[in-house]
Design a protein around this ligand. Structure first.
Ligand code: TYM
Length: 326
């Protein structure tokens, strides 16, 4: 059976971008593939974090996964930092990755500008991500568009290692959703919607209440044309709302354009808000039921034990190939 694997950072509240880019895809693929889903907590500390907040967010993220429909019977769910092999493999792969290749990563270029005195971890971040993927021989990695370059790097690293040392890693492929690969900011629709955006009016969080969601969508930036038409270049705001609608309903962009061709932006925005609210409110209800349940610890203990066994084998194979043995 083919394997899918993905991880999300527990840095702050999750957005609807994280939901459609990663979690919703995992819910879809869990019946088809052997699935691994983890909390990328070591990635989160590449930028400053408040320790108390971080540890709270780690567990909350598991409750979000479950509330969104991730079935713990169909997924191995774990915390990255609880599996020591991720960092070990990452070190070996860092030593096999040219410095220049990491400096060219788009996300590094963006984030290193935002953080003065950024950490070395921000640069080596994609190699840790490659380890996350390659340790488990993942065939597919469901992510949003912004992580595609990192999955491709993981593939390049795997190819390089296999060429040098013989077959060690499987070559992974990114799985990018057709709609919702890049949900944009509601206030500035030329920017990706992000957890860490300065203006929270542009971001819909999975746990935003109904009133807030409706308000944010009602005041989303559009244009003066009043035509519900997908045109990224000239109508980025409306295109983003169409994209959100498509990714929440599964409707095609053409069908959405047809459905709303004789309406106005006010009506369209209300209906975009309806589909988002109708999806998120039940998730929030389940989240509140799950957040303090014992089940989460049981799931994580089991996930840690299962993944430690798999990862250990791969680590030993790599370490021996490289010559790190007596
Ligand atoms: P992170 O935590 O930034 O984002 C988690 C997932 O959400 C997707 N995403 C989006 N999708 C659509 N529109 C958006 N506006 C949007 N914003 C975020 C991301 O593409 C991602 O899929 N490095 C990763 C975490 C990671 C990982 C891994 C992922 C660590 N190791 C191994 C896959 C495999 C990250 O920071 O994602």
């Amino acid at each position: 059976m083919k394997r899918v694997l993905t991880g999300l950072q527990p840095s702050g509240s999750l957005t609807i971008g994280n939901y459609v880019g990663a979690i919703k895809q995992m819910v879809k693929y869990q019946d088809e593939y052997e699935s691994f889903l983890f909390v990328a907590d070591m990635h989160a500390i590449t930028v400053p974090q408040d320790p108390k907040e971080l540890s709270k967010n780690i567990k909350n993220l598991i409750a979000i996964y479950l509330a969104c429909g991730i079935d713990p019977k169909k997924n191995t769910i774990f915390i990255q930092s609880e599996n020591l092999y991720h960092a070990n493999v990452s070190w070996i792969l860092e030593c096999l990755t040219p410095y220049g290749e990491l400096g060219r990563m788009t996300q590094f270029k963006d984030k290193s500008q935002k953080h003065q005195n950024f950490s070395a971890g921000l640069l080596t971040y994609p190699v840790l991500m490659a380890s996350d993927i390659l340790l488990y021989d993942a065939d597919f990695v469901p992510t949003g568009q912004d992580q595609k370059q990192h999955v491709e790097l993981a593939r390049n690293i795997a190819e390089r290692v296999n060429k040098k040392y013989g077959s060690v890693f499987k070559l992974p492929e990114p799985l990018i959703p057709e709609d919702g690969a890049k949900i944009m900011d509601l206030v500035d629709p030329t920017k990706k919607m992000s957890k860490s955006s300065e203006n929270i009016k542009g971001t819909i969080f999975i746990l935003d209440d109904e009133k807030t969601i409706r308000k944010k969508i009602a005041s989303a930036t559009t244009d003066s044309q009043m035509i519900v038409k997908f045109d990224l270049e000239n109508k980025p705001g409306i295109s983003n709302l169409i994209n959100i609608y498509a990714s929440f309903t599964g409707m095609s962009i053409k069908d959405i354009e047809n459905k709303y061709k004789d309406t106005n932006y006010g009506i369209f925005k209300t209906e975009v808000a309806d589909v988002v609210v109708n999806t998120l409110i039940p998730i929030q209800k389940r989240y509140n039921e799950l957040i303090n349940s014992k089940e989460i610890d049981e799931i994580l203990d089991s996930g840690r034990d299962i993944t430690m066994k798999i990862a250990k084998e791969k680590y030993i194979l790599l370490k021996e190939k490289v010559g790190l043995h007596r």
